[in-house]
Write a protein that binds this ligand. Sequence first.
Ligand SMILES: Cc1cc2nc3c(=O)[nH]c(=O)nc-3n(C[C@H](O)[C@H](O)[C@H](O)COP(=O)(O)OP(=O)(O)OC[C@H]3O[C@@H](n4cnc5c(N)ncnc54)[C@H](O)[C@@H]3O)c2cc1C
Length: 409
Amino acid sequence: MPRAEANRLAVIGAGPIGLEAAAVAARLGFDVHVYERGRIGEHLHRWGHVRLFTPFGTNSTAAGRNAILAENPSHVFPANDECITGRDHVRVYLEPLGRSKLLKDRIHTECQVVAIGRERLLKEDSRLDAKVGHPFRLLVREKNKERIETADCVLDCSGTYTEHRWLGEGGIPAVGETAAESAICYGLDDILGERKNHYAGKATLVVGNGFSAATSVVSLAELAASAPETWVVWLARTPSTLPIRRVANDPLRERDRLAVRANTLATRTDGNVEFHPHSVVTSVESLGQDKGFRVTARIGRNGQARTWEVDRIIANVGYQPDWHLLRELQFSPCPVTSALARLGAVLLEHRGEAGWIPPLTADLLRTPEPGLFVLGAKSFGRDSRFLLSVGFEQIRQVFQALTGKPVSL
Ligand SMILES: Cc1cc2nc3c(=O)[nH]c(=O)nc-3n(C[C@H](O)[C@H](O)[C@H](O)COP(=O)(O)OP(=O)(O)OC[C@H]3O[C@@H](n4cnc5c(N)ncnc54)[C@H](O)[C@@H]3O)c2cc1C
């Protein structure tokens, strides 16, 4: 049991990590509340058609599955080695966990945390050790009504998916990009499903060299099989002619298969994909509502300018945390990765090692502000190597540090 005077715990975000953390907190006797600005698993809903490349057994925990079965003994889970879509993960695991006895009255959906501070303290007031006894104040907005909630501990699990990065050189928007932003897809559209008509027979510019770009390009190439006019211009910053970096001996077969398929599409010359390595977008001009774009990029080693007219743009250029939420607290992220400061330093040491996961300790997760923890994809900042299994270990470490006892998930 946590100490009674430090019992109130606020979780920001009902994604896979926020929910799991809240379930552990409830099991350990914390008075936990989860504030979620959308639905349970909101970000997974948004890329719901995408198949996770890690199997269900590693995307769920025994404690979570038991909580669901305690509520509904006939609930059927996928097999541990099955790779299911984001949408199915929400349906078979996250939503039932949210409905379980542990959590059912503790999740506040459509409820956004707008800012966090401390009772009777400003950011610049006081030494950090004097902050104990000054609970956190959270400004929350639910159906346009605002209120204050208080908590002794805050777990920020608010993810990164909606904070996209920009197309232009140096990470800033390309000329004209901010004006065209609302017409550009910065995430993962359901190209073979509900957005099929939007892309079929169209020319699409895809930018990026991560697994999101690979997913978009592979889907567009598949669409081209039934709609042959579909054309893909694929630009990536990397000078490599194989844009997707494969993880050596990748244990995640689905991820490796995706990398191989995307790299094959980049190198073959007889398909509907033209790939340009070493490229960066310099300007985007919208040609009017649903009339497409004129995009100019510098391509190749000599930076030659080239312009395309395309119907669609998919900018899979990565995500980053929004740290505004914490700006009234004494907190600063790693200046290079935007991850948690200590964790970011470790991630940096292993930059370029695809698939590398840091050995996690509570020390790497601590922030200077007592009682504040950042977990999940947000804790990794711009680094896309975060996996759910890593988040579960983070939860274990944090609750072990909070209770002083071993915690299992
Ligand atoms: C396309 C894609 C595929 C992936 N595939 C895998 C995979 O196969 N295996 C794997 O292990 N990992 C995968 N990941 C990485 C990672 O596991 C996911 O990003 C995962 O969703 C991270 O979980 P999270 O709980 O940290 O954050 P999120 O799932 O991003 O959840 C954050 C939640 O916080 C809410 N929120 C944000 N701001 C606020 C606020 N101010 N107030 C209240 N609520 C707020 C959001 O609405 C959201 O529901 C994938 C990521 C992507 C993008």
